[in-house]
Write a protein that binds this ligand. Structure first.
Ligand code: C5P
Length: 281
């Protein structure tokens, strides 16, 4: 049996830099991985199956073509395995839950089946965010998300995540986006303090935020709530929403701030990053 943690992905900024002819958008984004996520477990079995548990499991039960099963079929068509997903992250929420699960399934199954497959190209076939989730380490995403580059060395910092319980479909948000394009960010080699990182991030944007608020105005309320938390240095939406984050000086401060948010129906979490070391990508 192989069990893997599938951390959430947060886009600290997300610039839409251009649009491709096939409709996909070119991005420049800094993705980090907070220490909260789903768990994927795989075991030998004759047939392919998937069992789902966890607080957000029920939402996915209805989905016949789950991304985990698609990942398994793509990796080795016709092979059997019993997959188990503990769904702790809200679904369709801009923090990469489905992409993280698919990436973890690719890694776990290729180990279980002792395959030597090149995983990043398979990951991209499952979604633009799956390659970065395969790395599960801070990375700068470009292209449609599949070009991964190193990011500035990050200071330790804390993060609060809040999801208001509304699903936002990614294609609708990209479609509703108005305005031009934003150039790629100009980032230093390292950030030596949280404040230096926040100063640079404040010069960046999430170019999908306004469109997502137009579709789900409650996202604006979430951002107001995060901004008002004592110690919050920056509040922004992640990905195509609806989950928003705020940055704090320390993981402990973020955990304490998250604990006081008690809006009914809102999911919240506070803590630090899952993995701070950066590989040479
Ligand atoms: O690749 P994924 O399934 O995550 O993308 C979902 C949808 O989001 C795409 O069909 C496309 O409409 C939009 N998208 C985009 N540009 C990206 C990523 C996603 O337009 N870089």
């Amino acid at each position: 049996m192989i069990s893997l943690f599938a951390p959430a992905k947060v886009n600290l900024y997300l610039h839409v830099t251009a649009k491709r002819e096939d409709g996909y958008h070119l991005l420049d984004s800094l993705a980090v991985f907070p220490a909260v996520g789903d768990n994927v477990r795989v075991e030998d079995a004759a047939a392919l199956s998937l069992e789902i548990s966890g607080p957000f499991g029920a939402v996915l039960q209805a989905e016949a073509d789950n991304l985990l099963l698609r990942a398994a079929r793509l990796l080795a068509p016709g092979r059997g395995a019993a997959l188990h997903l503990e769904k702790n992250l809200p679904v369709a929420s801009g923090i990469g839950g489905g992409s993280a699960d698919a990436a973890a399934a690719l890694r776990a199954l290729s180990q279980l089946w002792a395959l030597n497959a090149e995983l990043p190209p398979l990951a991209l076939q499952l979604g633009a965010d799956v390659p970065v989730c395969l790395a599960s380490r801070p990375a700068r995403m470009q292209g449609i998300g599949e070009i991964l580059a190193t990011v500035p060395r990050l200071p330790e910092f804390g993060m609060v995540l809040v999801n208001p319980g509304v699903a936002v479909p990614t294609p609708a948000v990209f479609k509703a986006r108005q305005g031009g394009f934003t150039p790629a960010a100009n980032l230093p080699k390292a950030w030596t303090s949280v404040d230096a990182m926040v100063t640079d991030l404040l010069n960046c944007t999430n170019d999908l935020q306004t469109a997502a608020i137009g579709i789900q105005p409650v996202i604006g309320e979430v951002l107001d709530t995060l901004t008002a938390l004592p110690g919050a240095k920056l509040a922004r939406m992640s990905g195509s929403g609806a989950t928003c984050f705020a940055i704090f000086a320390t993981p402990a401060e973020a955990a304490a701030a998250a604990a006081v948010i008690s809006h009914p129906g809102w999911w919240r979490w506070g803590g630090g990053l899952y993995e701070q070391t950066q590989p040479d990508l």
